[in-house]
Design a protein around this ligand. Structure first.
Ligand code: UFG
Length: 363
């Protein structure tokens, strides 16, 4: 009798351990599958500071397309409300507003993509205080609000301007860092602060050093144009549409094949894609990094003008003017690191195709 009882207890015990074994395996399997599916069902909420601006709005679109929840945080000083897409929450505020930043992050933000900055190189040299306040103080406010609310990830819109005069081309991330204008210095100052915050265990960052951003969303979803543009492509478009009398090409006596400056023009949608890749990398790998974003291909100002004439089917009104101070003859990127770390490769490789995406806004 006693032996029978013992056998029964033993049997029940075995069944329980079997049940326990199966259920713990099932839980582990579910957890593992959830982890694997994380890539496909991302519901993280991302605050995009400067999300109504030229590059920011394309980043916003990429995030929405990939299923992120998006809060566009923009004071509309240079951004445009038409760039805020259905599906994104919009907050009109400045990054100097510490309370606002805190309140937004308190509501549960998982990551920040920070593109809110003044970016006119010339203006930064005559009004450095404006750039110190907007770019540096504003960014510190963002970092502090992140720390306060335990937001761990930031993708930052940096620039090739941190390198200064190129000592060799294409420029890789090992190139000396030595900005030659105050705008470039503000980007470096923010990178430095992010590195410290990261070393102190407060957050992880990705600094994306853009080369020359061009183009517009090929689907035509982003249509807001920059006010008072300072860059080559929007100026060419103004000359093409008669909004501006002519384009002046700054210098045709550089040591380049046609005498005009050579730059690395990268499509804005390719840049946008790098932001979501960087965000996922940060979330999965818990590490910080800085990478170049460019195509590695150089195109001269004259080549851009010639390609534009082909795309728009008419002659552009342009002349040659003296060199613009601080312009290097050639600036191209080595973006191998972005490819290695993020699997990023620019999809737009044809300059006429890129220009067409800009011209589409005018026709
Ligand atoms: N250019 C002209 N005429 C114009 C405007 C520009 O000839 O009216 C020329 C410039 O001299 C330069 C080229 O076009 O050779 C591109 O000039 P942009 O002003 O469009 O761009 P930059 O190369 O000077 O700078 C841009 C960004 C910076 C960034 C840099 C990194 O504006 O923020 O790319 O490569 F740091």
């Amino acid at each position: 009798m006693h032996v029978k009882k013992l056998c029964l207890v033993d049997c029940v015990d075995k069944q329980f351990s079997l049940l326990y074994f199966i259920s713990s395996r099932a839980i582990l399997t579910v957890l593992y599958i959830t982890y694997l599916l994380r890539e496909f069902y991302i519901l993280e909420k991302v605050l995009v500071a400067g999300g109504a601006g030229y590059i920011g709005s394309h980043v916003q679109k990429q995030l929405l397309d990939e299923g992120f929840k998006v809060i566009v945080y923009d004071d509309l000083s240079s951004g445009d409300i038409v760039n805020v897409l259905p599906g994104a929450e919009f907050i009109q505020a400045n990054i100097l507003d510490k309370d606002k930043l805190n309140n937004v992050m308190k509501d549960g933000v998982d990551a920040v993509i920070h593109l809110a900055a003044k970016k006119a190189v010339g203006e930064s040299m005559v009004n450095p205080s404006l750039y110190a306040e907007n770019n540096i103080s504003g960014s510190i406010n963002i970092l502090n609000a992140m720390v306060e609310n335990q937001v761990k990830y930031i993708v930052f819109s940096s620039s090739a301007a941190v390198y200064g005069m190129p000592q060799y081309c294409p420029i890789d991330e090992k190139h000396p860092i030595n900005p030659i204008n105050y705008y470039g210095y503000t980007k470096l100052a923010i990178e430095d602060n992010m590195r410290w915050f990261s070393q102190l265990g407060k957050l992880n960052y990705a600094a994306l050093r853009y080369f020359n951003a061009v183009g517009y969303d090929a689907d035509g979803a982003i249509r807001g144009k920059e006010r008072n543009p300072q860059n080559l492509m929007p100026i060419i478009m103004e000359a093409a549409t008669g909004k501006r009398e002519k384009l002046s090409i700054f210098g045709n006596d550089y040591d380049t094949p046609d005498g005009t400056c050579v730059r690395d023009y990268v499509h804005v949608s390719d840049l946008a894609k790098a932001h979501t890749l960087a965000l996922k990398y940060l979330m999965n790998k818990n590490t910080s990094f800085a990478v170049n974003l460019g195509t590695g291909r150089g195109t001269s100002v004259q080549e851009i003008v010639d390609a534009t004439e082909k795309v728009i089917g008419k002659k552009l009104n342009y002349d040659f003017a003296p060199r613009r101070p601080g312009d290097p003859a050639k600036l191209t990127a080595n973006a191998d690191l972005a490819h290695q770390l993020l699997g990023w490769s620019p999809q737009y490789t044809n300059i006429e195709e890129i220009i067409q995406t800009v011209w589409n806004l005018e026709i």
